[in-house]
Design a protein around this ligand. Structure first.
Ligand code: GLA
Length: 736
């Protein structure tokens, strides 16, 4: 049993592998948080909970000057009752009051993990089972009921949280803040790690010590965003990749969010995560329900690296679904950076012909094949073939590509509409807008109102029409702008603020329909690069385009940051042409291959026009990818270099789960003189086993020496030193 209830203590203990999470019903029927961290014996629950320390509970001393509730560690704090820290719940009742006071009513524990209605969430499997605790709480004054849902993945140091609300009264109640999780810590000695950036610079790691007050990241853009990923970790001040205690939080949601740590007056930390309360409202009429999305909480007692590996294991087994969950993805060539909008059937077939000869397995036709789209200023919403470009139609093109032995994939941006489109001309009110206000254009497009079923149905019928008429085996689902003037022509005034969330639910609905109706299609999500690289999207698509920045050196940081909580098997990564289109940087073709091998791998260039010597390398590059991809997809990932601290080199490893082999990849960013005696310590090997590097099968090295002393860099780049900036090397270690 990973969840136990102690009747006498009225306490709950959630044990996830090496992690304990404890809380209990306390005086006044509140739910008090007790402990979260490494395993502790059951008997200790009693004294860990210091509820008889000043300020005393009201029964013990009702004359205390401090407000009891302002210092109590809570499982799910409410606004308005004297807890002045960040609350998880705030309402507006029918009298215009914002106070809410949830108290314990009942609970139940059961095997498995229920799905969240209409929303992505992790799920239990036979290999990685879960148990669930639901604690029902109620505000007697308004009749608002909240069910706190905790699931424990017993093999994984993972606990998930979400909340289900129900209005049990006959009067309306508005939720104005309905976060998914609150966790209280007895210390402020934490650093907070977040993943921040911008377009083409997604998920760069930031780390800073907590200080008094509130430190948060959020999105209010309608998507999880380039700027802040819905992830945050709190770690010991001295924690590093391999040591120290780390608590990671990731929101399984693709819209507005907040992740916030607050250091309180007594130097404790309250962490909250959920839908961003900014501009959020949700009306619950009598009997109606609302579900707050899932937060995944990972605890590691062996540093940031182990936290990442737990996230990777969880997402690979308990979040990602579909036919490609455990399969190598086809090696694709995408025409975006090859042609941009300037292509036609002949050009695409030429690319496919050359690509197929080299071993590339799928052609992906990117933006520009529909309506009358020659540039990014028209036709979104008109999902019919642009005959001027695709002479002979789509089926003809796909058939020709199939004849070459290649699969065919296609790009859509289903959530968008161009002002210059048949769709917008016919249904201007289908775009998100505020009647009478100017609409902000961004990339010359508007966002469709996905809260409306008729809008989703129409878009889906158009997509279906394309999919049913040609043999399409891959879709890139793009989303290239954020939301403004958030209003719906179809919602009543009292429900307008629900549009942010209804929009996200609409996206999930359509992705759900698509993946159910076309299970064989590989779906890759994308949002102007990596603006929606979140667990919500991973539930629908096993891979997500990491960034529009395809420069191998820039990718080192982006992929390193992404790997903090997302598995490498999900990172869309391609080899693009040089000089790189964004940076004008030249990197060796080999290095570009090694960096793309960390992810899904593919090409984003015109293979008919790249230098012959690069083209000649492709077949061997593909063989190398195929050889190592099982390790990348299923093995354990170890970060060794850290470009955020030292941007002269980077290195990482993938180690088989049974430690029988390991792939070590090294990129020298800046060549330096006289570095020959340096050592790099490997990670994750079996210390008691002996390994050889594939090129020297007779030379055995112990796992212990490889990890504790490290490999001499001469092994990586020869005695004279690797030559040149941006060069790379891989080593394959095999257990004897
Ligand atoms: C976004 C994507 C790119 C490409 C373009 C097409 O920017 O991230 O990969 O598909 O849109 O417009």
């Amino acid at each position: 049993m990973s969840i136990t209830y102690n009747e006498k203590e009225r306490s709950f203990k959630l044990r996830a592998n090496n992690t304990d999470y404890m809380f209990k019903v306390i005086n006044g029927e509140y739910l008090g948080h007790v402990y979260y961290g490494r395993k502790v014996p059951d008997e200790d629950m009693d004294w860990l909970l210091r509820f008889d320390e000043s300020p005393f509970t009201p029964e013990k001393n009702n004359r205390d000057r401090a407000v009891y509730l302002d210092t109590t560690p809570f499982e799910y704090p409410c606004f308005g009752i004297g807890d002045y820290r960040e609350s998880a719940l705030k309402i507006l009742d029918s009298d215009g009051m914002s106070t809410c006071d949830l108290r314990y009513v009942s609970h139940r524990i059961f095997d498995g993990k229920p799905a969240l209605e209409g929303m992505p969430a992790t799920f239990a499997t036979e290999k990685s089972p879960a148990q669930t605790l639901e604690v029902t709480m109620k505000d007697a004054h308004t009749g608002l009921e909240a069910v706190l849902v905790y699931s424990v993945f017993e093999n994984l140091d993972v606990i998930t949280r979400s909340v289900r609300f129900k209005n049990t009264s006959d009067k309306p109640i508005k939720l104005t803040r309905a976060l998914s999780a609150c966790v209280e810590f007895d210390t402020d000695k934490f650093d907070m790690i977040t993943l921040n950036g911008s377009w083409a610079r997604e998920r760069h790691i930031e780390r800073a010590p907590l200080h008094h007050g509130k430190q948060s990241i959020d999105s209010c853009r309608g998507e999880s965003s380039h700027q802040n990923n819905p992830f945050a970790a709190l770690c010991d001040r001295n924690a590093d990749e391999d040591m120290g205690e780390v608590f990671g939080f990731n929101f399984v949601y693709s819209g507005n969010f907040v992740a916030q740590a607050e250091v309180t007056q007594h130097k404790k930390t309250r962490f909250v995560m959920g839908i961003n309360p900014l501009d959020f409202e949700w009306l619950l009429d009598a009997g109606e329900t609302f579900t707050a999305p899932e937060v995944v909480m990972v605890h590691s007692d062996e540093g940031i690296g182990k936290m990442s590996r737990i996230f990777h294991d969880l997402y690979r087994e308990n979040l990602i679904r579909g036919e490609y969950k455990d399969k190598r993805r086809p090696i694709l060539i995408n025409n975006w950076e090859a042609t941009y909008f300037d292509f036609n059937t002949d050009k695409l077939i030429d690319i496919a012909k050359e690509a197929s000869k080299l071993g590339i397995e799928m052609l992906v036709m990117d933006d520009g094949w529909f309506g009358h789209r020659d540039y990014d200023n028209s036709s979104l919403g008109d999902w019919f073939v642009y005959e001027k470009k695709l002479q002979g139609g789509l089926k003809h093109l796909v058939d020709e590509v199939n004849k070459l032995g290649m699969k065919f994939g296609i790009w859509f941006e289903p959530e968008m509409v161009s002002p210059d489109s048949d769709l917008y001309r016919a249904h201007p009110d289908w775009a998100i807008q505020i009647k009478g206000r100017d609409m902000t254009l961004c990339r010359e497009q508007y966002v469709l109102d996905y809260s409306r079923k008729e809008v989703r149905d129409y878009v889906y019928s158009m997509i279906k029409n394309i999919l049913d008429n040609a043999n399409i085996e891959y879709i890139k689902w793009d989303m290239n702008r954020q939301l403004t003037e958030v209003g719906s022509a179809a919602l009543p005034p009292e429900r307008q603020r629900e549009l942010w969330h209804r929009y996200v639910l609409g996206v999930y609905d359509l992705m759900g329909r698509l993946t159910t109706d076309y299970p064989h299609i590989l779906l890759e999500n994308c949002s102007g690069g990596g603006a929606r690289f979140d667990p919500g999207m991973l539930y629908f698509s096993p891979q997500i385009w990491c960034s529009d920045d395809t420069d191998a050196i820039e990718r080192l940081k982006i992929q390193h940051g992404t790997s903090i909580c997302y598995p490498c098997s999900a990172m869309g990564a391609h080899i693009s042409d040089c000089p790189n289109h964004l940076l004008n940087r030249n990197t060796p073709f080999k290095t570009r291959g090694h960096v793309a091998m960390v992810g899904t791998f593919g090409y984003e260039l015109d293979v008919t026009r790249i230098p012959q010597e690069d083209r000649d390398m492709i077949p061997a590059q593909i063989e190398e990818f195929k050889k190592y991809n099982p390790l990348v997809r299923t093995g354990e990932h170890f970060r060794i270099g850290n470009m955020f601290e030292d941007n002269t080199w980077d290195a990482w490893m993938f180690v088989a789960n049974d430690k029988s082999e390991a792939l070590f990849e090294f990129v020298q960013v800046m060549a330096r003189p006289n570095y020959r005696s340096r050592r790099i310590k490997l990670k994750g090997l079996d210390p008691d086993a002996y390994y050889y590097e594939e090129s020297e099968p007779d030379k055995l090295m112990s796992g212990a020496a490889l990890m504790n002393a490290g490999i001499n860099c001469a092994k990586i780049w020869g005695v004279d030193g690797i030559k040149g900036d941006y060069s790379s090397k891989i080593l394959h270690f095999v257990r004897k």
